[in-house]
Design a binder for this molecule. Structure first.
Ligand SMILES: O=C(O)[C@H](O)[C@@H](O)[C@H](O)[C@H](O)COP(=O)(O)O
Length: 259
């Protein structure tokens, strides 16, 4: 199989005066990509995270985008999900449903939530199988570069410990190279059971937005963008993110304060 590390990622770092400005810019960026990919390939596959990302996406469900985006062509996935019932307060699906998905007309059949009746291991297998089925049905393409599925846009957050998705610095599954989706039963960030895309899948995306706001992320942002020192000998997960097309960092003033 071809290398899982794309040759060279184009990285853009955008700094904004406030979280509100990040939200405005993120909505325009996402709506522009939606138009570009729908024109190019007839659909737009978007991979969501949990955490504050959904709130930062809030401008996308307002005017003008609420009416101008062709929501019928969107496909929604999760880069990671907590293995809890979909109506549980900890569910990333529920978070996204309340803050985003319930406000726009994305067909329900295009929303790929996890199977919440399964154990973490089985839920990861099930999600990977469903992705494979979408590839076979030519709904999702495979990257020519890596051989992993290629999503149009991944919207990622980051933890102060440098985790992205549910790939944590101190957990071995961050090094998974073969699976598309893996699981963890002892996440250091609660709740403990989670499934997550692996780096080969994340790094095969056409576009990735790292959406980072708040002073508690300033040190990690400095490390991730290469100006600081990584504590310990292995790079933090946030330093391993790359995209086949473009990686764009959206930072507010607080997150960018140590750059
Ligand atoms: O399920 C999750 O917990 C998330 O997907 C996780 O990867 C999140 O994106 C980061 O922890 C950042 O979270 P905040 O945006 O809340 O800081």
């Amino acid at each position: 199989m071809a290398s899982t590390t794309p040759a060279k990622t184009k990285t853009k770092v955008l700094k904004f005066d406030s979280e509100e400005d990040v939200a405005v810019a993120l909505a325009k960026y996402t709506a522009d990509l939606s138009e570009k990919y729908i024109k190019q390939k007839g659909s737009f596959s978007v991979v969501l995270s949990g955490g504050t990302l959904i709130d930062t996406l809030r401008k996308l469900v307002e005017s003008p985008y609420k009416d101008s985006v062709d929501w019928s062509k969107w496909l929604i996935f999760w880069v990671d999900e907590r293995v809890v019932p979909l109506d549980h307060e900890d569910s990333n699906y529920l978070l996204a449903w309340r803050g985003f998905l319930s406000k726009v007309p994305i067909p329900t059949s295009n929303i790929y939530a996890i199977n919440d009746k399964k154990s973490p291991a089985d839920a990861a297998d099930d999600y990977e199988e469903r992705l494979k089925h979408l590839v076979e049905s030519k709904i999702l393409p495979i990257s020519d570069v890596t051989g992993f599925p290629k999503f149009d846009l991944m919207l990622l957050g980051m933890g102060p410990d440098g985790h992205v998705a549910s790939l944590f610095p101190s957990r071995q599954h961050r090094y998974e190279k073969k699976r598309w989706v893996t699981f963890i039963t002892d996440s250091p960030k609660p709740p403990p059971p989670r499934i997550t895309f692996t780096f080969p899948v994340i790094n095969s995306a056409s576009e990735i937005a790292m959406v980072i706001t708040g002073a508690d992320l300033a040190d990690t942002t400095k490390i991730a963008l290469g100006d600081g020192q990584t504590p310990g000998s292995t790079p933090l997960p946030c330093c391993e993110v790359s995209a086949e097309g473009e990686l764009t960092w959206f930072l507010d003033k607080d997150a960018a304060s140590k750059l």
